[in-house]
Every structure is written in structure tokens, then in C-alpha cells.
Design a protein around this ligand. Structure first.
Ligand code: SF4
Length: 315
């Protein structure tokens, strides 16, 4: 991998400073290439807690991810390269909505997807990611002795987890969705499959049910990566039904295979707001508080337990 001049300057600065750079798979390849660690939500949450020993963490992702890192690392400075990089899915749910559902169903556990705000996590019994949602629902329903759970904010992940866990899910608020994954439809995939008839279709559980039912494999971002890792020698073509950043990664890591994006619309504009230029500026000004994400101590304390419980349940 040959880095360009700006990337080399960033790597040099990064090596001189007490900083770790984390990047989500949905970042542009040029940002993935200068990161210390690359991963999906669960992987990066673990790294932020267990491996990132530096005073500063630059988190190239969206706001809820930086908030999660702040909750797990109250003693560290968590910095995000774009303050506008939010997740519209997370904004479907807030503390008041969660509390309304709690009032209506006081006996049921509240499970929230990590793609939620810190204040929502603070009101939850446990968090989950797209890779562990089924397992978490099974374990928490057993712990509470119930056959039904409250789940938010993604309705498609809720449905998927309900199908796989066979535990009833009440969606909070019922309409939450990711604008990137939920817009993928069967017509898009079929069009790509006509050109690549032997390709396997791999999609994210945030996709609609019709798309999930059509797919050969459904998995989280890291799950799709692992699936390719396991099957790439016996399979040439793949159709990728998640954000383009993962396809870029796979194309580099598995050069003998062909990866086709299931739709041109699979681009998260929010994830792409982070830029190399800003990362360099932040490395030169690590004490610039403007880009720091600090979850207030009282919310962080409450939100810590549901995340910690998820990490324990996922081992
Ligand atoms: S891809 Fe969807 S869920 Fe992920 S950050 Fe973008 S809007 Fe949020």
C-alpha cells in the first residue's frame, strides 16, 4: 500500500503523538489506510475500551460511535473529525420515547442498538449491535423471564432479530430505519445479478425483509467481511448489500475476487463527512476542544452498564 503525501504526513504526526486513530469500515479508503484500527461498531467499541491506551482517540465514524468511546473512556479525549457526521437512524429515538414505552410495558427489558444516542443508551437495560442482536435478545429475555422485548431504533434489525431469536419484539418507535440500507431493493440487486449470475448476495440486517429474504447471507459489516474471508477461494463474485466503504476494503484485501455494489445508493453521506485534511489539522491541535465529544458524567455512568453488559454477553 503506497500512501500519498498527506497520508504520510498524518502517519508521521500520529506516530509522534499520544493518539490512536480508529476508523469505521464505511470511511473512505484513504482514511481506512491511516487508521491504527479498523472495524465495525462492536469491534471499535471493544478496541476503544481494551486496546486504545492513548490520551487521545480520533474516531473517524459518526457521532454515536464517538459518544460510545467517550462513555467507555471517560478519562480520554475523544475527537471526531466532523461534527456534522451524525447517524439519522440514531435520531429516531430519544429518552422520552423510551420512557413512554417503559411506562406501557414496565416488565419488559429495553434493548437499544448501538446506533443510538448516549441519552438513549443511558435508559436501556442492554445495548446490541447488528452482529450480536439475536444472541442479546435471547439472553436478556431469559434473564427477565419474558417472551417479549422492547427494541429500538432500527425496525429492520428488530424484525431480523425477532425472526432469528423467536422472541417477540416491540419496536421503538416502529419507523426507525437507516436511509442507506433501507433504500436497497430487489430490483437493484436483480439488475446487478443479471450481469453476475453466479455472485453471492451478502446484505446487512438493516435492509428491508424482501432484500434479506433474497440474500444468500445476512450479516453485520464485520460479518460480511468474515464471510468473504471464509468463502473467497471457492467463490469469485460477490454482490455487496452494505455501505460502499466495505466494498472498497474487500476489493483491496481480496484482489482475486470481484465485488459488485448492490446499488449505487449504498453510500452513507454522514460517514463520508470525515476528511483527511481535518484529521491532519486535529493531529496538529489535539487540545482543540471544538471537536471533542464528551458525554456528561451522569449520562456516561448510566450508559456504561448497558454497553458493558453487551460486551460481556458477546464474549
Ligand atoms: S450507514 Fe446508516 S446506520 Fe450507518 S451511520 Fe450511516 S445512516 Fe447511520
Amino acid at each position: 500500500m503506497k500512501l500519498n503525501q498527506l497520508q504520510n504526513e498524518i502517519v508521521e504526526l500520529r506516530n509522534q503523538k499520544d493518539v490512536t486513530i480508529l476508523a469505521h469500515y464505511y470511511q473512505e479508503l484513504e482514511i481506512q489506510e491511516i487508521a491504527d484500527h479498523l472495524g465495525d461498531s462492536l469491534g471499535l467499541s471493544r478496541i476503544a475500551k481494551e486496546k486504545a491506551k492513548t490520551k487521545y482517540i480520533i474516531f473517524a465514524g459518526v457521532l454515536f460511535m464517538a459518544e460510545t468511546a467517550s462513555i467507555l473512556n471517560q478519562d480520554k479525549h475523544i475527537i471526531i473529525p466532523s461534527l456534522e457526521a451524525c447517524c439519522p437512524l440514531a435520531n429516531f429515538l430519544n429518552r422520552d420515547i423510551v420512557n413512554q414505552y417503559r411506562k406501557e410495558y414496565p416488565e419488559l427489558p429495553v434493548i437499544t442498538y448501538v446506533n443510538s444516542t448516549a441519552e438513549v443508551k443511558a435508559e436501556s437495560d442492554i445495548c446490541c449491535t447488528s452482529s450480536n442482536s439475536v444472541n442479546i435478545i435471547k439472553k436478556i429475555s431469559k434473564e427477565f423471564g419474558v417472551e417479549e422485548v422492547l427494541f429500538g431504533p432500527d425496525k429492520n434489525l428488530a424484525e431480523y432479530a425477532e425472526e432469528r431469536s423467536e422472541i417477540s419484539v416491540i419496536k421503538m418507535p416502529g419507523k426507525g430505519h437507516c436511509y442507506v440500507h433501507s433504500h436497497l431493493n430487489i430490483d437493484d440487486i436483480q439488475e446487478v445479478r443479471e450481469e453476475h449470475p453466479s455472485a453471492q448476495v451478502l446484505v446487512h440486517p438493516e435492509c428491508e425483509k424482501s432484500v434479506r429474504d433474497y440474500a444468500d447471507y445476512i450479516g453485520s459489516t464485520a460479518g460480511i467481511y468474515s464471510f468473504v474471508e471464509e468463502h473467497h477461494t471457492g467463490q469469485k463474485d460477490f454482490i455487496i448489500g452494505t455501505e460502499k466503504g466495505l466494498l472498497d476494503r474487500l476489493t483491496v484485501d481480496f484482489p482475486k475476487n470481484k465485488f459488485n455494489l448492490a446499488s449505487d445508493g449504498l453510500i452513507c453521506e454522514d460517514m463520508k463527512k470525515n476528511k483527511l485534511e481535518t484529521i491532519k489539522m486535529l493531529l496538529e491541535n489535539l487540545d482543540n476542544e471544538r471537536y471533542e465529544v464528551k458525554v456528561p458524567e451522569d449520562i456516561a455512568k448510566k450508559a456504561y452498564n448497558p454497553i458493558e453488559k453487551m460486551l460481556k454477553f458477546s464474549t
